[in-house]
Write a protein that binds this ligand. Structure first.
Ligand SMILES: [Zn+2]
Length: 254
Protein backbone atom coordinates (compact mmCIF):
# COMPACT_ATOMS: atom_id res chain seq x y z
CA UNK A 1 0.00 0.00 0.00
CA UNK A 2 1.25 3.45 -0.87
CA UNK A 3 0.10 6.91 0.17
CA UNK A 4 0.88 8.84 -3.01
CA UNK A 5 0.10 12.27 -1.58
CA UNK A 6 0.71 13.59 1.91
CA UNK A 7 2.18 16.54 3.79
CA UNK A 8 3.84 15.04 6.84
CA UNK A 9 6.30 17.94 6.79
CA UNK A 10 3.48 20.25 8.03
CA UNK A 11 3.62 21.68 11.59
CA UNK A 12 0.59 19.53 12.50
CA UNK A 13 3.11 16.69 12.93
CA UNK A 14 5.85 18.57 14.77
CA UNK A 15 5.02 16.93 18.10
CA UNK A 16 4.83 13.30 16.98
CA UNK A 17 6.14 13.01 13.43
CA UNK A 18 8.30 10.00 14.38
CA UNK A 19 5.24 8.12 15.58
CA UNK A 20 3.26 9.03 12.47
CA UNK A 21 6.08 7.78 10.24
CA UNK A 22 6.41 4.65 12.36
CA UNK A 23 2.72 3.84 11.96
CA UNK A 24 3.01 4.52 8.23
CA UNK A 25 5.96 2.13 8.00
CA UNK A 26 3.98 -0.58 9.77
CA UNK A 27 1.21 -0.37 7.18
CA UNK A 28 2.66 0.96 3.93
CA UNK A 29 5.40 0.30 1.39
CA UNK A 30 6.07 3.99 0.80
CA UNK A 31 4.66 7.51 0.92
CA UNK A 32 5.04 10.38 -1.52
CA UNK A 33 5.57 13.71 0.21
CA UNK A 34 4.14 16.49 -1.91
CA UNK A 35 5.90 19.86 -1.70
CA UNK A 36 3.76 22.99 -1.82
CA UNK A 37 6.37 25.79 -1.94
CA UNK A 38 10.12 26.39 -1.81
CA UNK A 39 10.52 25.74 1.93
CA UNK A 40 8.26 22.70 1.82
CA UNK A 41 10.25 21.34 -1.13
CA UNK A 42 13.45 21.61 0.91
CA UNK A 43 11.63 19.76 3.71
CA UNK A 44 10.45 17.07 1.31
CA UNK A 45 14.03 16.41 0.21
CA UNK A 46 15.21 16.38 3.82
CA UNK A 47 12.61 13.85 4.97
CA UNK A 48 13.21 11.73 1.88
CA UNK A 49 16.90 11.63 2.73
CA UNK A 50 16.21 10.69 6.36
CA UNK A 51 13.74 7.99 5.35
CA UNK A 52 15.40 6.84 2.17
CA UNK A 53 13.42 4.15 0.39
CA UNK A 54 10.25 5.01 2.29
CA UNK A 55 9.55 8.71 1.77
CA UNK A 56 9.68 9.82 -1.86
CA UNK A 57 9.71 13.55 -2.63
CA UNK A 58 7.65 15.48 -5.15
CA UNK A 59 8.56 19.15 -5.55
CA UNK A 60 5.98 21.73 -6.51
CA UNK A 61 4.22 25.01 -5.95
CA UNK A 62 0.58 24.82 -4.87
CA UNK A 63 -1.63 26.88 -7.22
CA UNK A 64 -3.29 28.89 -4.44
CA UNK A 65 0.14 29.83 -3.02
CA UNK A 66 1.97 30.34 -6.27
CA UNK A 67 -0.62 32.74 -7.71
CA UNK A 68 0.60 35.36 -5.22
CA UNK A 69 4.30 34.68 -5.65
CA UNK A 70 6.76 36.97 -7.40
CA UNK A 71 8.45 35.82 -10.61
CA UNK A 72 11.69 35.48 -8.63
CA UNK A 73 10.04 33.16 -6.12
CA UNK A 74 8.62 31.05 -8.89
CA UNK A 75 11.97 30.93 -10.65
CA UNK A 76 13.77 29.79 -7.50
CA UNK A 77 11.29 26.93 -7.03
CA UNK A 78 11.87 25.90 -10.65
CA UNK A 79 15.64 26.15 -10.41
CA UNK A 80 15.53 24.02 -7.27
CA UNK A 81 13.43 21.39 -9.07
CA UNK A 82 15.82 21.19 -11.99
CA UNK A 83 18.83 20.95 -9.67
CA UNK A 84 17.20 18.02 -7.91
CA UNK A 85 15.58 16.34 -10.91
CA UNK A 86 17.49 13.10 -10.38
CA UNK A 87 16.21 12.72 -6.83
CA UNK A 88 12.52 13.48 -7.18
CA UNK A 89 9.53 11.28 -7.93
CA UNK A 90 7.42 13.98 -9.56
CA UNK A 91 6.84 17.68 -10.11
CA UNK A 92 3.92 18.77 -7.94
CA UNK A 93 1.74 19.63 -6.54
CA UNK A 94 1.10 22.17 -9.25
CA UNK A 95 -2.14 22.94 -11.03
CA UNK A 96 -5.26 25.05 -11.03
CA UNK A 97 -7.72 25.55 -8.18
CA UNK A 98 -10.85 27.12 -9.60
CA UNK A 99 -12.84 26.05 -6.56
CA UNK A 100 -11.08 28.37 -4.12
CA UNK A 101 -10.24 31.02 -6.68
CA UNK A 102 -13.05 32.66 -8.64
CA UNK A 103 -11.22 35.81 -9.72
CA UNK A 104 -10.57 35.75 -13.47
CA UNK A 105 -7.16 37.43 -13.40
CA UNK A 106 -5.92 35.11 -10.65
CA UNK A 107 -7.19 32.08 -12.52
CA UNK A 108 -5.31 33.23 -15.58
CA UNK A 109 -2.20 33.63 -13.47
CA UNK A 110 -2.59 30.13 -12.03
CA UNK A 111 -2.83 28.77 -15.55
CA UNK A 112 0.33 30.55 -16.68
CA UNK A 113 2.27 29.28 -13.67
CA UNK A 114 0.92 25.79 -14.20
CA UNK A 115 2.07 25.90 -17.83
CA UNK A 116 5.58 26.91 -16.79
CA UNK A 117 5.83 23.79 -14.59
CA UNK A 118 4.32 21.56 -17.26
CA UNK A 119 7.06 22.73 -19.64
CA UNK A 120 9.69 21.51 -17.19
CA UNK A 121 7.96 18.16 -16.61
CA UNK A 122 7.78 17.69 -20.37
CA UNK A 123 11.31 18.80 -21.10
CA UNK A 124 12.90 16.85 -18.25
CA UNK A 125 10.49 13.92 -18.59
CA UNK A 126 9.39 13.93 -14.97
CA UNK A 127 5.91 12.77 -13.82
CA UNK A 128 3.43 15.58 -13.20
CA UNK A 129 1.48 15.56 -9.92
CA UNK A 130 -1.50 17.88 -10.30
CA UNK A 131 -3.78 19.62 -7.86
CA UNK A 132 -6.85 20.47 -9.92
CA UNK A 133 -10.23 21.58 -8.63
CA UNK A 134 -13.18 22.60 -10.79
CA UNK A 135 -10.80 22.67 -13.73
CA UNK A 136 -10.23 18.99 -14.52
CA UNK A 137 -11.34 19.21 -18.15
CA UNK A 138 -9.27 22.35 -18.69
CA UNK A 139 -6.17 20.76 -17.15
CA UNK A 140 -6.62 17.65 -19.28
CA UNK A 141 -6.96 19.69 -22.46
CA UNK A 142 -3.75 21.53 -21.61
CA UNK A 143 -1.58 18.52 -20.78
CA UNK A 144 -2.63 16.59 -23.88
CA UNK A 145 -0.28 18.82 -25.85
CA UNK A 146 2.73 17.60 -23.87
CA UNK A 147 3.63 14.13 -25.00
CA UNK A 148 6.92 13.70 -23.19
CA UNK A 149 5.54 13.80 -19.65
CA UNK A 150 6.01 10.18 -18.57
CA UNK A 151 3.05 10.08 -16.14
CA UNK A 152 0.24 12.43 -15.23
CA UNK A 153 -1.50 12.20 -11.87
CA UNK A 154 -4.80 13.88 -11.00
CA UNK A 155 -4.41 14.04 -7.23
CA UNK A 156 -7.69 13.57 -5.33
CA UNK A 157 -9.67 13.39 -8.57
CA UNK A 158 -13.02 15.12 -8.33
CA UNK A 159 -13.94 15.81 -11.94
CA UNK A 160 -16.75 14.30 -13.98
CA UNK A 161 -17.01 10.70 -15.11
CA UNK A 162 -16.93 11.98 -18.68
CA UNK A 163 -13.54 13.62 -18.14
CA UNK A 164 -12.37 10.51 -16.27
CA UNK A 165 -13.15 8.45 -19.36
CA UNK A 166 -11.05 10.78 -21.48
CA UNK A 167 -8.23 10.54 -18.94
CA UNK A 168 -8.37 6.75 -19.17
CA UNK A 169 -7.72 6.86 -22.90
CA UNK A 170 -4.12 7.43 -21.85
CA UNK A 171 -2.29 4.52 -20.33
CA UNK A 172 0.08 6.82 -18.44
CA UNK A 173 -2.61 9.01 -16.82
CA UNK A 174 -3.80 8.20 -13.32
CA UNK A 175 -6.44 9.41 -10.88
CA UNK A 176 -5.72 9.31 -7.20
CA UNK A 177 -8.41 8.52 -4.62
CA UNK A 178 -8.09 9.71 -1.07
CA UNK A 179 -9.63 8.81 2.27
CA UNK A 180 -12.43 11.12 1.12
CA UNK A 181 -13.82 8.11 -0.73
CA UNK A 182 -14.89 6.78 2.68
CA UNK A 183 -17.49 9.52 3.16
CA UNK A 184 -18.02 11.52 -0.05
CA UNK A 185 -20.83 10.32 -2.30
CA UNK A 186 -19.24 12.06 -5.31
CA UNK A 187 -15.94 10.25 -4.80
CA UNK A 188 -17.70 6.94 -4.15
CA UNK A 189 -19.58 7.24 -7.44
CA UNK A 190 -16.33 7.89 -9.28
CA UNK A 191 -14.37 5.19 -7.47
CA UNK A 192 -17.02 2.59 -8.25
CA UNK A 193 -16.74 3.23 -11.99
CA UNK A 194 -13.08 3.93 -12.66
CA UNK A 195 -11.03 0.76 -13.22
CA UNK A 196 -8.27 0.25 -10.63
CA UNK A 197 -5.73 0.13 -13.49
CA UNK A 198 -5.96 3.93 -13.55
CA UNK A 199 -6.08 4.42 -9.79
CA UNK A 200 -3.68 5.51 -7.11
CA UNK A 201 -4.41 5.90 -3.40
CA UNK A 202 -3.60 8.75 -1.04
CA UNK A 203 -4.57 10.56 2.16
CA UNK A 204 -3.57 14.20 1.51
CA UNK A 205 -2.68 14.20 5.23
CA UNK A 206 -3.18 16.18 7.40
CA UNK A 207 -6.35 16.93 5.39
CA UNK A 208 -9.38 14.80 4.45
CA UNK A 209 -9.69 12.82 7.68
CA UNK A 210 -12.91 11.03 8.59
CA UNK A 211 -14.11 14.05 10.59
CA UNK A 212 -13.20 17.74 10.25
CA UNK A 213 -11.67 17.81 13.73
CA UNK A 214 -9.35 14.89 13.10
CA UNK A 215 -5.86 15.00 11.68
CA UNK A 216 -5.35 12.51 8.87
CA UNK A 217 -2.20 10.42 8.55
CA UNK A 218 -0.67 8.20 5.84
CA UNK A 219 -1.48 4.85 7.51
CA UNK A 220 -5.17 5.70 6.98
CA UNK A 221 -4.75 5.05 3.27
CA UNK A 222 -5.79 1.49 4.15
CA UNK A 223 -9.32 2.85 4.75
CA UNK A 224 -9.44 4.17 1.19
CA UNK A 225 -8.19 0.87 -0.23
CA UNK A 226 -10.83 -1.01 1.78
CA UNK A 227 -13.59 1.30 0.59
CA UNK A 228 -12.56 1.08 -3.06
CA UNK A 229 -12.62 -2.73 -2.81
CA UNK A 230 -16.10 -2.58 -1.30
CA UNK A 231 -17.37 -0.17 -3.99
CA UNK A 232 -15.99 -2.28 -6.82
CA UNK A 233 -16.90 -5.56 -5.19
CA UNK A 234 -13.39 -6.99 -5.55
CA UNK A 235 -10.86 -8.32 -3.03
CA UNK A 236 -9.01 -5.77 -0.98
CA UNK A 237 -5.77 -7.66 -1.79
CA UNK A 238 -6.41 -7.14 -5.47
CA UNK A 239 -7.01 -3.39 -5.09
CA UNK A 240 -3.91 -3.17 -2.95
CA UNK A 241 -1.75 -5.07 -5.43
CA UNK A 242 -2.84 -3.13 -8.52
CA UNK A 243 -2.79 0.36 -6.98
CA UNK A 244 0.56 -0.32 -5.29
CA UNK A 245 2.09 -1.46 -8.57
CA UNK A 246 0.68 1.62 -10.29
CA UNK A 247 2.29 3.87 -7.69
CA UNK A 248 5.61 2.03 -7.90
CA UNK A 249 5.68 2.47 -11.65
CA UNK A 250 4.59 6.13 -11.67
CA UNK A 251 6.83 7.39 -8.87
CA UNK A 252 9.76 4.99 -9.40
CA UNK A 253 9.34 3.45 -5.97
CA UNK A 254 11.53 0.42 -5.31
ZN1 LIG B 1 -1.73 18.25 -1.23
Amino acid sequence: MIDTHCHIDFPEYDKDRDQVIKRAKNTLDAVVLSGTNYEANIGALKYAKEEKGFIYPSLGFHPVTSQNATIEERKSVQKHIIENKKNISAIGEVGMDYFFVKDKALRQKQKEIFLSFIEIANQEQIPLLMHVRDADKKALNIILDYEDIPYVIFHCYSGSLKTARRIMEHENYFMSFSTMVCYSKQHQDLASQIPIDHMLTETDSPYLAMTKEERNEPSNVKLAVKKIAELQNIDIENVDKVTTNNAKKVFKIK
